[in-house]
Design a protein around this ligand. Structure first.
Ligand SMILES: N#Cc1c(-c2ccc3ccn(Cc4ccncc4)c3c2)n[nH]c1N
Length: 229
């Protein structure tokens, strides 16, 4: 059963990259199906409006609930998980990507402006799994880039999408800490040599060196990921 993904957005063109590379191959292989829906197709006024002023005042505009209700109702099933990217969401992570990769149907609601009327989340929460997710502690202009990131991180974990599942084992955020540095040909580049141990053929020594490098890198770049931190 392929993973089905429906993306609802006012900027469908943001998702053209999903036809390329690994994401494109995943769709061609039938492991994943991705459909992009223009929210404005679900409006009923001649201006195809999707936003209005916020109750309670404040800057900016808020996306009105009805177009979202019409758009989500058009694709939702009782197997759906509704993902709402928002700066206020729980942090998206590799474990969350793994959960999404094993879902049946994901609906991404890509908001813009100051976000989507909260009643959309409130309406669907009793009916299906609803997850408000953030991709990090910085502010984007909308949910589209976050959705691209979450789709790519999740789809690459769908069994069969990656040619060599081995490559999933040693990558950052799978293992405790971050991954070791990588090198390839040429053996010397602009006077810089590849670490000799990697050319030695001694697999135990290489494994030990890589573990040391992972710890050094994690300590320097992501001490928060060190065991016991
Ligand atoms: N995931 C995620 C995000 C977003 C995000 C996601 C959806 C929307 C919809 C609208 N905006 C703009 C906005 C809204 C409220 N406050 C400030 C800006 C969004 C931002 N920003 N940063 C993240 N890590």
């Amino acid at each position: 059963m392929p993973l089905r993904i429906d993306v609802i957005t006012i900027f469908p063109d943001y998702f053209a990259p999903l036809q390329l590379s690994l994401m494109g191959k995943a769709q061609q292989s039938g492991l994943v199906t991705i459909a992009i829906h223009d929210l404005r197709e679900f409006t009923s006024d001649r201006h195809r409006s999707v936003d209005d002023t916020p109750y309670g005042g404040g800057a900016g505009m808020v996306m009105t609930p009805e177009p979202w209700g019409q758009a989500i109702d058009a694709v939702v099933t009782d197997q759906s998980t509704l993902i709402v990217p928002t700066p206020a969401g729980k942090l998206f992570s590799q474990p969350v990507a793994a959960e999404l990769a094993h879902s049946t149907h994901l609906i991404f609601a890509c908001g813009r402006y100051e976000g989507i009327d909260q009643r959309v989340v409130e309406y669907y929460r009793p009916r299906i799994d609803v997850r408000e997710l953030s991709i990090g502690d910085y502010v984007l202009a909308g949910g589209d880039v976050a959705t691209l990131a979450m789709i790519e991180a999740s789809v690459r974990l769908v069994p069969g999408v990656l040619g060599n599942p081995e490559s999933l084992v040693e990558e950052s955020h799978q293992l405790p800490g971050v991954e070791y540095p990588s090198y390839t040909k040429p053996p010397t580049w602009r006077g810089l040599d590849v670490p000799e141990v990697l050319l030695s053929g001694h697999h135990d020594q290489i494994a030990r060196w890589r573990a040391e490098q992972s710890t050094i890198r994690t300590t320097h770049n992501r001490p928060d990921l060190l065991p016991g931190s």
